[in-house]
Ligand binder design. Sequence first.
Ligand code: T1G
Length: 700
Amino acid sequence: MTNTVSYKVIDGIAIISIDNPPVNVMDLQTRTLLIEAVNEFNADPGAAAAVLLCAGRTFISGADISEFDQLPFRDPWLPEVVQTIEDAGKPIVAAIHGAALGGGLEVAMGCHFRCAAGDARLGMPEVTLGLLPGASGTQRLPRLIGVRRALDMMLTGKPVTARDALEYGLIDCIIDEDLQQGAIGFARRILEHQQAGKRLSRVEMSSSDAGPGVFSEYRRWIEKNAAGFFAPEKIIQCVEAAVELPYHEALEVEAELFLQCLDSDHSRAQRYLFFAERETARVADVPKETPCRDINTVAIIGGGTMGCGIAMNFLQANIPVTMLEVDRSGLDKAMQTIRRNYADRVSKGRLDQARMDRCLELLQGSTEYDDISDADLVIEAVFENMSVKKQVFTRLDRVCKPGAILATNTSTLDINVIAGFTNRPGDVIGLHFFAPANVMPLLEIVRAGETAKDVIATAFKLAKTIRKIGVLVGVCFGFVGNRMFMPYVREAEYMMLEGIAAERIDRVACDWGMAMGPHAVTDLSGQDVFFKINDEWQQKPVDPAYFRICRVLYEQGRYGQKTGAGKYLYEGRKAIADPEVAELARVEAGKLGIQQRQISDDEILKRMLYAMINEGALILEEGIALRPGDIDVIFANGYGLPRYRGGPMFHADLVGPARVYEDICKFRQRYGDRYWTPAPLLQQLAEEGSTFLEWSGQRS
Ligand code: T1G
C-alpha cells in the first residue's frame, strides 16, 4: 500500500502532502501518517514552517464515511490529528484547493493559517449525513467566523466560496498563482513578520459571542427547514456548549453528541443514501469505460410544462437547445414559458440576469422537423398518448442523423412499443424527468429491450452534466417510482372509503416525514392526471373501488388545486378539509359495500408504506430496478421521502422484512389476495431472516 502522506523540505519550508485518491479522505492510514509527518516537522530543525496540501483534484474531503459503520473508531481518530497539528511548535499553513469538507476543514482549522485557491470551496456537510462536525469543528468554527456564520454553515451543510471564506476570516488569503508556490510564499511572509497564527482551542468564548436569542432563532430555523432531522438540534447544543463551557469540556459534549448522531437511524439512512446515490451508475453489463456519444446539441419535442423544464436543464449546462412545437403559437408560448421561468428565478435571486441571458442565447425555436435533423439528442415530451408518440417517433426516425439518441419522457407508456416505431431501437431510451423538470434532481433512465449500452452510458453521463441523479429502470407501467407510488395512493384512497378522513391520512404521512401527504399530492398533480393515468393503464386492477374517489372527483370536475377543490377545498394554496368529500367517501363506500372501521395511525402508515415495499420487492425480482438502493434513491429524490428515512426498502430492512411480511399477511386476511399477496422475495427474506440489502450485496 503506497504511503498517502509525504514529507519534504524546500528551502526551509516543509511540504506535507496528502495523496489519497480519489478525494483524499482521512482514513486510518492517512490519519496515522499525517501525525507522523507533523511530528517529523516538529523535530526538523531545517523546517521553520510547513505547508499542508493535497494531491489530486481536491483538498481533504472529510473523514472516511465508510469507517462509521465499523465502530469503535481506530486510533488515531480525527480530533487527535487536528490537535496534534495545532500543538505543533512552528506554524503550519493549510493550502486548500477543490474542497475542504467536514474533517478536511477541521484539519485546516487545526492549522495556524489557511490559504485557498480562488475556486476552492469550504464546507461542513456532516449534517447531510445526519452527523455533526465531530473533530472539534463545532468548537473551532464559531471561534474563527462567529456563532451565526458557523451555525449557517453547519446547519445547511452548504459550502462557501473562497471569497466568502476570506471575508468571514475562515481563510487568511486567496492564492491565484500556483498553490504550493503561493503557500510557500505566504509561509515565508509569516516567518518574516513572526506571526504565530491562531490556536483556536485557546480562543476564549462566552455567551456574549452568541448574542441574545440566537439559539432560539436557529431552533426556529430548524423547525421550518429541517423538521424531523436529528442532527441539527445537536449541532446547536454543541455551539451552546462552545459559548458556555471551557474548550475541552465543550469538546467532550461534541464527542458525546457526535456519537448520538452516529448511532441514530437517521444518520444510518443518510449515510446509506450517500453511497446509494453514487452506486446507481454501476450497471453490470455497461462498464464504466463504455464509450459515450457526444451530446453537443439537444432538441426538445413539445413545449409544454415538462418540455420547457427539460429544456432549461440543458441550457443551464451550456448545451444549445432547439424547441420544436407544432405551430407558431405553440412555439411562442413555449419560448415565453422558458423566459418567464428564468425571470422568476432572477427575481428571486436564484439566477443572475447575465446567466439568464446566456441560457436564452442558447435557445432556438422551430416548427420544422428538418431543423432538428442534426441534433445529437432528441427528447420527446408530447401528450401522453401512444398514437401521438407514434407520429413523433416515425418522423424522428426519418429526419434525425444516424447516431442521434431518441429519448422519450413518457411516464407510463411502453418504450419498447415506442422504439418499434423506428428502425433504430438501439438509439431509443426513456429519460423520465420529474416535475418541475428543471428543479427535481431525479432522472429515471429507462432501458428498453434493445437500448444500446453506449446510449445508457451516455444517459448517465448526461444526468451528471445536468446535475441530476440518474437511476436505471426497466420498462413496465410506471417504471419504478410511479409504479410504487400508485399502491401508496391506492391504500390512502381505500382508507377514505373505510371512513378515515383525508386530512388524517395526510397527517400520518407527514408525521412520518413525507413532504406532503398522498391526498395533498394528488390534488397538486391533479385528480384528472391520476384519473387519466389509470384510464390509460390497460392492466389496472378490475376493482370498482380502485381509485374510486379520484374518479368521482374527476367526474365532478374537482381536480384539486387547479380547480380550487379536490380532496380538499383550496383558498389559494391553503388546503381546507371538506366535509363533502368525507360524505362522498361514505356514499361510495355504501355503494361498494365497504365497511367503515377504526384504523390506528400505525396501521394507516403501514398500509401505505408496506404497499410500496411489496411492490418494490416485485420490482427487484423482475429486475426492473437493479438494487434496493436505486429504489430508495428514487424516492428520496423524486417523491419527497425524508432522507432520514432512507427510503421504502431501507425502512423495510430497518423494521425487518419478517415483520413487514407478517403485517402484509394480516392485511391479506382482511382485504384478500388482490393487493396483499406478499411478494415472493419478501417472503423469502422473512423466512431467511435476511434483508433487501444483504440480498442485493449492496454496500450499506
Ligand atoms: N468518505 C468515503 N468515501 C467518499 C467520501 C468520504 N468522505 N467522499 C467521497 N467518497 C467516495 C465516493 O463514494 C466515490 O466513491 C468517490 O469517493 C468519488 O466521490 C469527523 C464526521 C468530495 C464533493 O460529506 O461531497 O468528515 O463511487 O463521486 O462528484 O467531522 O465526494 O468512486 O466508489 O462524490 O467529484 C464529510 C462527501 C464526511 C464529503 C467530490 N465530508 N463527499 O465529489 O466525487 S463526515 C463529506 C462529497 C466528516 C468529521 C465528519 C464528494 C466530493 P466511488 P464522488 P465528486
